[in-house]
Write a protein that binds this ligand. Structure first.
Ligand code: NI
Length: 217
């Protein structure tokens, strides 16, 4: 007698079936932490191996997405975040430590395919879209300035974005979400070295990891 409710609970917990989940007409809001890890690679500053290329470190911010299910499987999603701030350094031995910092916002618009059906609690998805990255507050710190660097600016970037994600529906409204993003972000860094203008192409091409919760309505 006592075993039956337990069996029912386990069955319910393991069952991938919900009354309704992720169906045409649903809006899905997701929020959580998003970590951007640049795979940066740039030309060498002044062509010098001693100075090296520009490097950009990781940063974590609050990310949020707004999605809409056009059909039970096809959705569109807009990504936003609080501004990312990355420290900038040089890969060569000539100038050690951070030389400055940059901020950016990488809004992206994605077209998504959700696998499975609207009865499934687990909905993996793939998306592809376009990313616009706006750089701002680019500046050299005292270390960079004392090395003769000034007037840093980065050109905004348009590029392709791709994502893979997983939603796990907890109930009619709430879900857990994890997603991995890749963005093609290429920019030109412009600055002065001892008063002489220098331009360096920088391929930021970051991977982003987002973990959070979502609400479907
Ligand atoms: Ni690229």
């Amino acid at each position: 007698m006592k075993k039956l409710p337990l069996v029912c609970l386990i069955a319910a917990a393991l069952s991938p079936v919900l009354a309704s989940a992720h169906e045409a007409g649903d809006f899905i809001v997701r929020g959580g932490s998003i970590t951007v890890r640049p795979n940066e690679n740039s030309d060498k500053v002044l062509g010098s191996a001693a100075i090296g290329s520009l490097r950009v470190d990781n940063n974590t911010q609050l990310g949020f997405t707004l999605g809409y299910m056009v059909t039970d499987n096809f959705g569109v999603e807009l990504l936003g975040a609080t501004p990312f701030e990355h420290k900038v350094s040089l890969s060569g031995n000539a100038i050690g430590g951070d030389i400055g910092s940059i901020k950016h916002l990488p809004p992206s618009l994605m077209a998504q395919w959700y696998f499975g059906s609207k009865e499934d609690a687990l909905r993996p998805y793939l998306g592809v879209g376009v990313n616009y990255t706006m750089f701002f507050s680019e500046k050299f710190n005292d270390n960079g300035k004392s090395a003769g660097l000034s007037n840093l600016s980065l050109k905004d970037s348009w590029g392709v974005a791709a994502q893979a994600g997983l939603d796990y529906n907890l109930d009619e409204n709430w879900l857990l979400n994890a997603s991995v993003w890749w963005m093609d972000i290429d920019t030109e860094a412009k600055f002065k070295v001892a008063g002489v203008e220098e331009k360096v192409d920088v391929r930021v091409d970051p991977v982003g990891f987002m973990f959070g919760v979502g609400y479907r309505f």
